[in-house]
Ligand binder design. Sequence first.
Ligand SMILES: C[S@@+](CC[C@H](N)C(=O)[O-])C[C@H]1O[C@@H](n2cnc3c(N)ncnc32)[C@H](O)[C@@H]1O
Length: 189
Amino acid sequence: MESFTKVLVACEFSGIVREAFRAKGHEAFSCDFLDSEIPSSYHIKGNVESFLWMNWDMMICFPDCTHLAVSGARWFKDKLPQQKEALEFIQTLLYCKIPRICLENPIGIISTHIRKPDQIIQPWMFGHNETKATCLWLKNIPKLTPTKIMSERLAFVHHTSPSKTRWKERSRTFTGIAEAMTSQWGSIQ
Ligand SMILES: C[S@@+](CC[C@H](N)C(=O)[O-])C[C@H]1O[C@@H](n2cnc3c(N)ncnc32)[C@H](O)[C@@H]1O
């Protein structure tokens, strides 16, 4: 039985997860301060906090990790106010009234300040030859089951050359993970 779900893909500029859900018939919308890289009338440009009250069945969110990830740890002591604000945003997302939530972020201070993730996944579990430990905090959603384990595992994403758009190259959701989210979470009741 197919069920159609209203999905908010929060903090997504790429459109990858939105399009994966729409391809399966779900009413998915992305939301970001930036334009969507895949132009769409199903992209909301703005602050996602203004749209959390709406009648969504599920939210998958990719909040900015700049002030939260361990990769920036050497600057932690200089950015306590930014960290506080970033953690408050994470809490707003995690504790909003949407019944099913997945929040994605790299390994970082969410684990120590809010709670540990429910799952840590890698792109190589979903058909990509890359390593990038990615934490998932889940509310009323099952853990993702790996779909295609790859034996060749390279840290490609970390070796992208410096540029103004490097953060985008490093943060786009892997299509294999988007596909797994759609096929495994698209029909949960
Ligand atoms: C790490 S990127 C996520 C990229 C995502 N995985 C994708 O494939 O597009 C974080 C994004 O969160 C967005 N963002 C941060 N705070 C936001 C807010 N309050 N409302 C909407 N978007 C926000 C940023 O503009 C940025 O594009």
